[in-house]
Design a protein around this ligand. Structure first.
Ligand SMILES: NC(=O)c1ccc[n+]([C@@H]2O[C@H](COP(=O)([O-])OP(=O)(O)OC[C@H]3O[C@@H](n4cnc5c(N)ncnc54)[C@H](O)[C@@H]3O)[C@@H](O)[C@H]2O)c1
Length: 297
């Protein structure tokens, strides 16, 4: 797809972070953008700001974890603008940490609904329409480097992101068989400066009081928040995604310093080695801080 002006994009999770960055990049390229998000206040603020900047945007409050809501989003977008050319299945939540067996089923359910079922709903709601209208179109699914690497203590998140990578690879190959006018990409970033660590704000039933945590968990969380603050600007990720669509590039990896970790995991698999924790770039500072904690902190 190489023409953007006047074309239509739908972005989920558009009220904040990477979603907003993509929406702004698409609008700057002359696209009309449907902004979908569950967080009404933030969605309104983003819509107002983009309209004030002269952009043609349409907001639809959508809970992407609900099939009916994503179907309704597709109907609304098509009713408003006629055709959809770019779909970004981007909305996502971080979820909490902990071991698989102590993580509640509600937690698993929430993270899988928002991060994985949403992508299935999105593909089912929009791809038949894209194939039918016959113009170049593109689906971008936001996974994460957590969809190519394991090792963190955030299993539901990682499970959903591996699912999004697998689904996207299949989608790409299936679309190729239809003639290639509709294509797909998967976005796998590491740290981006967003509100992902405040995902609790969108938890059904409201945010829960933080679980009792020890000093190590608190230190780890503080370190991750720092990495995010120092991470990529979401708008620059939006520009990268726009260029990837233009180039029909499937894997959108925004953090080249992390790729040796992906290589290491794959090498272990091919060499028949067991899984091991691969530490991300910059983790020396974390290890130094953890080493300073009192033993029973
Ligand atoms: N920030 C990072 O470092 C990073 C890295 C890798 C992948 N990601 C992925 O990027 C995507 C965007 O996250 P972000 O980092 O911009 O975080 P963010 O919290 O700033 O934005 C996420 C958006 O999704 C919305 N959302 C949450 N639940 C929703 C639901 N049920 N229905 C509709 N919208 C919902 C939120 O309201 C928010 O506007 C997520 O899929 C996330 O997993 C982020």
């Amino acid at each position: 797809m190489d023409e953007f002006a006047g074309r239509v994009a739908v972005v989920t999770g558009a009220a904040s972070g990477i979603g907003r960055g993509m929406a702004e990049a698409f609008a700057a390229a002359g696209m009309k953008v449907v902004l979908a998000d569950v967080e009404e206040g933030a969605l309104e603020a983003t819509t107002t700001a983009m309209r004030e900047a002269g952009k043609d945007v349409h907001a639809v409050v959508t809970d992407v974890g609900k099939h009916g809501a994503v179907e309704a989003l597709a109907k609304d977008a098509i009713a408003k603008y006629g055709k959809v050319h770019v779909l970004c299945n981007n909305a996502g939540v971080g979820g909490g940490g902990g071991s698989i067996w102590t993580t509640s089923l509600q937690e698993w359910q929430w993270v899988i609904d928002v991060n994985l079922w949403s992508v299935i709903y999105g593909v089912k709601a929009f791809v038949p329409h894209m194939l039918e209208h016959g113009e170049p179109a593109h689906v971008v699914n936001t996974a994460s480097l957590a969809g190519l690497l394991t090792g963190g203590d955030n299993s539901p998140y990682s499970v959903t992101k591996f699912g999004v990578v697998a689904l996207s690879e299949s989608l790409y190959m299936q679309l190729q068989r239809t003639g290639g006018k509709v294509s797909a990409s998967v976005l796998c970033p590491a740290w981006v400066n967003t509100k992902i660590m405040q995902s609790e704000r969108n938890r059904p039933g409201g945010a829960q009081p933080p679980k009792q945590s020890n000093a190590m968990v608190r230190e780890l969380r503080a370190w991750v928040e720092e990495q995010l603050r120092e991470g990529l600007d979401p708008r620059s990720v939006g520009d990268t995604v726009l260029q990837a669509i233009r180039d029909d590039r499937f894997y959108i990896l925004t953090h080249p310093d992390w790729t040796p970790m992906v290589e290491k995991r794959m090498r272990n698999i091919l060499d028949g080695k067991n899984p091991e924790l691969v530490m991300p770039p910059g983790s020396e500072s974390l290890l130094a801080r953890l080493a300073k904690l009192p033993q029973n902190g």
